[in-house]
Design a protein. Structure first.
Length: 201
């Protein structure tokens, strides 16, 4: 594949869906996910001295796939579990013709989150904040981190598409955002992981 392919900006209009379950609510101002009796602060996990334990890893199941995360990343596992609700959305879920997603797109999104969160934790001893996982009107699955003023990472996993997942990374001290793509399932892109380590905590 020609490497220049990776630098085309995806043609996607991103807007969080207005359909929100009582079990899965997101507050943009507080960067929090509220679910039943607990609150997860998505973006206050700062770099500290981390004490590693021998606790059993947390298991997250998506269809027939099983993913594992260290217990210290349980806030990310909980986000993945909560967002699985979008797999139950049927066509026309917004009453305006929006498409349902498919299991493949959600599996790719989950694998990306797990792989990069675990890599950043293992390689840099950094705990990423949890992303917001949503469905777009064309059935794509979006993974969106937002940690402060003009600092965010958005990556789109297209429905019925195993080739490229385009992402957009923006940081407050840089005028030109980073726009590129990954191949879902490929090894972790170390450049992207380093950016996430610096900006998504």
């Amino acid at each position: 594949m020609d490497s220049s392919t990776f630098f085309y900006e995806p043609e996607v209009s991103y807007q969080k869906s207005e359909k929100v379950s009582a079990k899965y609510q997101y507050s943009k101002d507080a960067y929090s996910c509220y679910s039943n009796n607990y609150t997860i602060d998505l973006c206050t996990y700062k770099k500290t001295k981390i004490v590693r334990t021998s606790e059993e890893p947390i298991t997250v199941k998506v269809n027939d796939l099983t993913f594992q995360l260290p217990p210290i990343l349980k806030h990310i596992a909980q986000q993945i579990e909560e967002a699985k609700e979008i797999l139950n959305y049927t066509d026309n879920w917004d009453d305006e013709g929006a498409e349902a997603t498919d299991s493949s797109a959600y599996e790719q999104a989950t694998r990306f989150i797990v792989d990069y969160a675990e890599y950043v934790y293992t390689r840099f001893n950094t705990i990423l904040c949890a992303p917001y996982i949503d469905i777009l009107r064309d059935g794509s699955v979006s993974v969106h981190w937002e940690t402060g003023k003009n600092t965010q990472l958005l990556i789109i996993f297209k429905k019925d598409n195993d080739e490229l997942a385009f992402y957009y990374a923006e940081q407050s001290d840089r005028k030109i955002p980073l726009k590129s793509a990954i191949v879902p399932g490929d090894p972790v892109d170390e450049t992207l992981a380093l950016w996430m380590n610096i900006h998504l905590v």
